[in-house]
Ligand binder design. Structure first.
Ligand code: GRF
Length: 273
């Protein structure tokens, strides 16, 4: 995955796909050290699929609702090698206290993920980029891609983690009355938006801003950050370090000597958006 070869990137979307568009645009400009080899969505009306088609990237759908809502006997059986109980013991995303209901939900999620993995693997991605993919990923999906100690799933989150994980980063930042909002690009682990942070940037929330103003400012930064993080990954400029006690948390460190200049550029830009 490291070195000068372009990374093979799969991009997962659920909605408008403006981050995907930014990556496709960078790729077209020759400014992305990754090739977007496949785009996949969890719903057929995700506009990101149209964007992929326009750019000539293969686009696929796995209808998650089919897996999550159809009668169980209409779904394929769970492959024998998948141990649902073991996955449940590791997962930190499904909080349903009723064990039977939680296991059923996990089963459905894993079946959807299996369909997704089968599609993605046809394109042999080095990295999977969640770009507005509004689904939880289970330990099954994570384990499939994170092999040999490599973290291969990235996410972009519209808040300064660990503040405001979840689906409404901009809204939560705004509603809390924060003076600064932030964007985080991170590796995905088994929690909700808890994986090792690759990059963060902050932007001001000005008096009189609407939540939409905040969102537009943040999105302007998202487009810069995701491409840069992929470029760092491609050039081997993200090093993983195991932290000391008490957490032992894995941390990602950017080794690019231009890091400071790049961060200064993002920060300066945030004041102009
Ligand atoms: C972005 O704000 C991203 O940070 C979040 O979902 C949103 C996706 O927007 N994960 P888009 O589909 O890329 O326009």
């Amino acid at each position: 995955m490291e070195g000068d070869r372009a990374l093979r990137a799969a991009v997962l979307v659920s909605g408008s796909g403006t981050n995907l568009q930014a990556l496709l645009d960078r790729q077209a400009e020759g400014a992305l050290a990754a090739e977007i080899v496949v785009v996949a969505a969890d719903r057929s009306d995700a506009f990101g699929l149209v964007r992929a088609g326009q750019a000539g990237a293969p686009a696929h759908v796995v209808e998650y609702d089919h897996y999550l809502k159809s009668p169980l006997d209409e779904l394929p059986p769970l492959p024998a090698h998948i141990d649902l109980e073991a996955l449940d013991a590791r997962q930190r995303i499904l909080k349903t206290p009723d064990r039977a209901r939680r296991l059923e939900r996990l089963r459905r999620l894993v079946l959807a993920e299996k369909a997704l993995i089968d599609i993605l693997e046809e394109y042999r991605p080095d990295v999977v980029c969640l770009a507005g993919f509004m689904r939880l990923v289970s330990p099954h999906f994570i384990k499939h891609f994170n092999t040999e100690g490599r973290l291969r799933i990235l996410n972009i989150h519209p808040a300064l983690l660990p503040a405001f994980p979840g689906r409404h980063g901009y809204e939560d930042t705004f509603a809390y009355g924060c003076r600064w909002g932030g964007i985080t690009v991170h590796f995905v682990d088994e929690g909700e938006d808890t994986g090792p942070i690759i990059a963060q940037v902050v932007y001001p929330v000005w008096p009189g801003d609407s939540v939409d103003d905040v969102k537009q400012r943040g999105l302007g930064l998202e487009y810069l950050m995701y491409a840069q993080c992929l470029n760092w990954l491609a050039s081997g400029n993200i090093r993983l370090e195991k932290g000391g006690e008490p957490s032992g948390r894995i941390r990602a460190v950017i080794t690019d000597p231009r890091y400071r200049t790049i961060l200064e550029g993002w920060t300066a830009k945030s004041l102009t958006l």
